[in-house]
Design a binder for this molecule. Structure first.
Ligand SMILES: Nc1ncnc2c1ncn2[C@@H]1O[C@H](COP(=O)(O)OP(=O)(O)OP(=O)(O)O)[C@@H](O)[C@H]1O
Ligand SMILES: [Mg+2]
Length: 236
């Protein structure tokens, strides 16, 4: 069953056509990596999807419901949870306190098992640690746990491994795998790190100049001559 269907999204900022007819779909429980060069519109797509920015044209259907006219709070309540590029944590609050904050949000869907959630993201030993004492990677995982506390239907992660060590990146790939395989969490992950994408071995959508130009497995997309020339070839 289709969870998300995006058709012909357009968004212009002055003279910049950030989204130029972007179409994409994701099945219930699907996991997709969104690749593309700097400035191709990836973050803009997430902002439009989460309702932070209005599109100029196009339509988005989420769980069989047209999202037009639904603001960010409404979309969050419907189960779209977006992680921002910069963490919004309070240095003095503990990991457990952050989770409690998330669970109390109007976007939350029912109670959460905080201990199980923290164990899932590798913070089982850190419930009482203030966020200010966590490593960069741990802070990212706490933010992911806070999104999971909302019990979202779709997780949007914008470069979750930025600034992470290789070991943290590997852990993050394993975490996403597990969330998807065991908990059935659907997610779209914007990622620049090719090692991460290879490791995750999931469906990939390649964006270029505001639209999706190729989709398939990492291997399939990597064989596409256009993609090789335009993007992967330059980075791989
Ligand atoms: N609020 C805004 N005002 C004006 N221009 C914007 C705004 N947001 C994005 N843009 C422009 O739209 C284009 C797409 O930007 P976007 O941030 O979506 O790209 P991106 O694919 O996320 O890039 P990166 O990989 O660098 O994060 C860029 O040319 C950017 O400068
Ligand atoms: Mg971006």
């Amino acid at each position: 069953m289709t969870l998300l269907a995006v058709e012909g999204l357009e968004k212009r900022f002055g003279g910049v056509q950030a989204l130029a007819g972007l179409s994409l779909s994701l099945d219930e429980g699907g996991l997709l990596c969104l690749l593309g060069p700097n400035g191709c519109g990836k973050t803009t797509f997430f902002r439009v999807l989460s309702g932070e920015t209005a599109a100029d044209a196009g339509r988005i259907d989420f769980a069989d419901r047209r999202l037009e006219g639904e603001g960010p709070a409404g979309r969050a309540r419907l189960g779209i949870a977006r992680k921002l590029q910069t963490p919004g944590l309070f240095a003095a609050l503990t990991v457990a306190e952050h989770l409690a904050l998330a669970a109390a949000s109007p976007a939350a869907h029912g109670p959460v098992d905080a201990a199980a959630l923290l164990a899932r993201v590798g913070l089982g030993e850190h419930a009482e640690t203030p966020a200010g004492r966590l490593s960069h990677g741990q802070r990212q995982w706490l933010e992911i746990a806070m999104l999971l506390a909302l019990r979202p239907r779709l997780l949007l992660l914008d470069e979750p491994t930025a600034g992470m060590t290789r070991a943290e990146t590997r852990r993050t790939a394993a975490l996403l795998r597990e969330l998807n395989d065991k908990d059935g969490v659907a997610a779209i992950v914007i990622e620049h790190d090719m090692a991460f994408v290879r490791e995750l071995d999931v469906a990939v959508a390649v964006m270029l100049q505001g639209r999706v130009v190729a989709t398939g497995s990492y291997a399939e997309v990597g064989r596409d001559p256009l993609v090789r020339e335009l993007y992967l070839g330059k980075r791989a």
